[in-house]
Design a protein around this ligand. Structure first.
Ligand SMILES: Cc1cc2nc3c(=O)[nH]c(=O)nc-3n(C[C@H](O)[C@H](O)[C@H](O)COP(=O)(O)O)c2cc1C
Length: 166
């Protein structure tokens, strides 16, 4: 690399994002992973993208399951971000104490999120040490609770959206 990798990470961290939990399932087994490398791609067909580290367990899950759901976290669910960023058990039910349901693909849809996008994998692209998974959205919804605020991530720290003036 022609420059310091730590600087590279630092600069990327200056791009403020929301926080999502990507979930998937195979039969009765379910897996989740915190992700902020998420973006919209296309309206027609409806496509979104998540970038997943090849070293993450989620990577193999997505290769095998071919489905995933992106859950957009509200600020009061920071613990869920921490849970699926390394605290959740590798074996056993990661969703045992987490209120959730299943929609079109069967991937867990977490309660009390700002919105979800339930997808089938539409394409995969090489992305260095990550794979870019494009998902075709099968079902989507936003929360009816307008008081929910997003959980933010900036410079390696969580943040909250400041209340609007006036
Ligand atoms: C705020 C935040 C955002 C993250 N975004 C991503 C991401 O977009 N892609 C990724 O592969 N890992 C991301 N991670 C790291 C994974 O959540 C973490 O490596 C996780 O433990 C992988 O879980 P698994 O190996 O059980 O699938 C993020 C972590 C945090 C805290």
């Amino acid at each position: 690399m022609p420059f310091d990798p730590a600087l590279f990470r630092q600069v990327l961290g200056r791009f403020a994002t929301g926080v999502t939990v990507v979930t998937t399932c195979m039969g009765d087994s379910k897996h989740g992973m915190t992700a902020n490398a998420f973006t919209s791609v296309s309206l027609d067909p409806p496509l979104i993208l998540v970038s997943v580290d090849k070293k993450a367990d989620m990577h193999d899950w997505l290769l095998d399951s071919g489905v995933f759901c992106v859950n957009i976290l509200p600020e009061h669910r920071r613990a869920w971000s921490d849970w699926w960023a390394g605290k959740a058990p590798k074996d056993g039910d990661q969703f045992a104490d987490i209120p959730h349901s299943a929609k079109e693909t069967g991937s867990p849809v977490l309660d009390e999120c700002l919105g979800f996008l339930d997808c089938k994998v539409w394409a995969r692209y090489e992305g260095g040490d990550h794979t870019l998974f494009l998902g075709e959205v099968q079902e989507a919804a936003v929360s009816e609770d307008d008081s929910l605020r997003p959980l933010l991530f900036f410079a390696s720290k969580y943040g909250k959206l400041q209340a609007e003036e006036g």
